[in-house]
Design a protein around this ligand. Sequence first.
Ligand SMILES: *Cc1c(COP(=O)(O)O)cnc(C)c1O
Length: 380
Amino acid sequence: MTNWINRWEARLDVLNSAHRLRTRRLHTSVAPICFCDNDYLGLAHHSSLSDAWYQVGAEIPVGSAASPLVSGHYPTHQTLEERIAAWLGRDRALLFSSGFAANLGLAQTLLTPKTSVVQDRYNHASLIDGARLMRAPLKRYAHCDLASLEARLRSLSGPGVVWTDSVFSMDGTVAPLQQIAALCARYDALLAVDEAHGFGVMGPTGAGAVEAAGLSQDLVPVVMGTLGKAVGCQGAFVAGPSALIELLENDARTLIYSTAESPRMSAVTVAAIALMQAHPEWRLQLEDNVQYFRARACAEGIPLTDSKTAIQPIILGADARALAASQVLWTEGYWVSAIRPPTVPEGSARLRITLSARHRFEQIDGLIAALAKALEVASR
Ligand SMILES: *Cc1c(COP(=O)(O)O)cnc(C)c1O
């Protein structure tokens, strides 16, 4: 046992001396104003949702107590799936307990050692791990680069799947979905899109980047979205043709061998979706906040990327610089965590700032002033 503990401690020392040790910070009531969560519409802390939690009838249990295929599938899950499918204009939707589980389950259903999967280089870890888990040939293309994607598609010999984030989680860039869909049609590849950061905030009705691009189920047969980001709850879904959903129920081991999400949580999620659909102005407020942040940052000479979404990274390069800047922000009253490799490429450690509809302009002003100070300290 001491041997093992010594080894673990040595590994922790290596991480620590490389500025790569990660620790969790407690989210307490006195924590600074958060500018790094994914609560884009302010729903996670919305009083209507905590009210909804208590208003759900006593017949709806807290825990589902079984996997969906055994006895864990409740009417609240069913309603939530129907609302999501209707919103996205898809045949059916299927709930998973998290986005990570949904993506691994999709991989277990769609990929084999003979099915190549073509992925954007900046895709989320769960898409990469899905390919690895299934030992599917993984071909990565340069970020949002259509020529690079086409070269990979041209080299496919058998069936292929193109799998991409719609809004990239650490960069805020948006995949050129119309052009990607056209290439998939041309090379007969299946297109699967991860809408973790698009669902709820993009598109004319907020259904996501796929809706914004006007892409039907025929062109994007597989859409995955999460319920823990803009929706402010927990869990995830895959939406698409009935045959796909039925196959997932049979092949996705992360669904079959995992307890269904809390029935009470799914009832609250139904309420969250109704609120999102009734309040399009929240999405407009988010857009205003993003624009306000960018204008104020520009005026202060804070280096931005050209992201137009709620994810606004400030790339600082060295891990130590990102950590120092994050620490200054914390002491100034703003919570912006430092994102380091391997989450982002080597030499591109960053502050990943996220805006939310819940932020007020004065809070954004305060963040900008603190950022100017933090970047000053980090450049010393
Ligand atoms: C957060 C995220 C996931 C995982 O979703 P969880 O519900 O948090 O497990 C998957 N894909 C992308 C692109 C994400 O950003």
